[in-house]
Design a protein. Structure first.
Length: 254
């Protein structure tokens, strides 16, 4: 009986360790580093002299803001992401160790949550089919260059809307004297609406439709909740995995 209890306690400790370690900034950085490298390499190799045509919207906007401040270096934004996560890790005084099992678990979680979002999309599609005169086609045929953008969306949209904007909105609502719970809820809702709306801004923005706006808002809520519950790394992984799966599925069915 004692041996069985010890085994159960060890399993519980391992689970708790994974649950907290997967949220640590250094682990998140190592987990998303391959995505960041693939995206930046893809943009430069495919985009050639016009990499801005390949860049994800959030990436392009953040680079434009940095350019207006006089910072035009190509790798400055990725360096800022790396530096932010490292500084976060240092300030929180987390241990400098990374478990391969944790990275594998984060990948498995990313797949799981990506498929959950796909199911949510299918449920919404079924709901919208009951409504008259609705345009239900949300997903477009994508070229090979856009596949690179799928990876960039997982990284840079999460940096912009979850890592940066979500805490700012939370602090804003806290400054307006909302309770902690309500500040978190309002921050999630507001950033999700902004996330969805951003896809229709500019000349390269998508044409607005109620279906796509609703789904992207739901996706924003999904990713924001995931960010609070499971951390930045798994949120990036789930976002990128979802975009890649959906993109590949469309390419093969087109």
């Amino acid at each position: 009986m004692t041996s069985k209890n010890n085994s159960q306690n060890e399993m519980a400790l391992d689970y708790d360790s994974y649950w907290s370690e997967a949220r640590q900034p250094l682990v998140c950085l190592v987990f998303l580093a391959p995505l960041l490298v693939i995206y930046e390499w893809g943009v430069l190799s495919i985009g050639g002299s016009q990499p801005e045509l390949i860049r994800n919207g959030a990436d392009y906007w953040m680079r434009s803001w940095l350019s207006q401040l006089g910072f035009t270096q190509t790798f400055l934004l990725p360096a800022l992401i790396v530096g932010t996560l490292l500084m976060w890790h240092i300030l929180c005084k987390h241990p400098w160790k990374i478990s391969g099992e944790t990275l594998i678990g984060m990948f498995a979680e990313s797949l799981l949550f990506a498929f959950c979002l796909i199911v949510l999309g299918q449920v919404q599609d079924l709901a919208f089919q009951q409504l008259p005169n609705q345009t239900l086609m949300f997903i477009e045929r994508e070229s090979a260059s856009r596949v690179v953008s799928f990876v960039g969306a997982g990284v840079y949209e999460e940096v912009m809307f979850r890592l940066l904007l979500l805490p700012l909105c939370y602090l804003l609502f806290r400054g307006m004297l909302f309770q902690v719970r309500w500040s978190a809820i309002l921050a999630i809702i507001s950033t999700s609406l902004i996330f969805s709306s951003a896809h229709y801004i500019g000349a390269s923005g998508d044409q607005f439709s109620l279906f796509s706006f609703t789904f992207r808002t739901v996706a924003g809520l999904f990713f924001a909740g995931l960010f609070f519950l499971r951390g930045f790394g798994i949120t990036v992984g789930a976002h990128a995995t979802y975009d890649i799966i959906v993109g590949v599925m469309l390419e093969t069915s087109a």
